[in-house]
Design a protein around this ligand. Sequence first.
Ligand SMILES: Cc1cc2nc3c(=O)[nH]c(=O)nc-3n(C[C@H](O)[C@H](O)[C@H](O)COP(=O)(O)O)c2cc1C
Length: 179
Amino acid sequence: MVQDLSDRTLEAEQVIPELVAYLQQELGKAIPVIAAGGVWDRSDIDRMLALGASGVQIGTRFITTDECDADIRYKVFHLHAQPEDVVIISSPVGMPGRALRNTFVEKAIAGSPDLDKRCLASCLHHCKCRDEQKHYCIIQVLDKAARGDIENGLIFSGSNAGRADRIIPVVELMAELVA
Ligand SMILES: Cc1cc2nc3c(=O)[nH]c(=O)nc-3n(C[C@H](O)[C@H](O)[C@H](O)COP(=O)(O)O)c2cc1C
């Protein structure tokens, strides 16, 4: 839910220790907890590990790498993004998602009837586009963005948009992250 994004009780500092303790004490199982969302640099990784996570998942930072297979226009759009360009939109699965503001996002927020609601691939188990003809076809707009249509595509983004200043090879990024 959208309101959950600003709920302090759902922040990593709260959730990770509680979840790790629950898995160990209540379930008695060694299930690794992987922290995701807003991890950018080594200090973020160290903070998550200190909270009890066994690892981290990083998304946004890898967009501005040579190896990211999205069109160069997608990567440059991320490079030019500012933190205030990150907006919350509803996805057809019924969950909120962060995205960079563009023509598509403006239409999605406004509930524009212009958005194409044809289901292209029945890619989701729960999908309000396929089942209720609401929102938009997510695979269609993700594909548009990845192919470089940065105005009509959905450009997902983490909360750290605006921090990348150049496109770098993954080997350079990994060297920094594991240093
Ligand atoms: C471009 C992009 C695409 C993503 N696609 C998916 C997805 O298809 N399924 C999913 O579960 N999470 C997806 N995520 C969420 C990431 O898996 C990850 O948990 C989150 O982005 C990590 O936060 P960060 O981007 O701040 O590093 C995506 C994130 C981004 C930025």
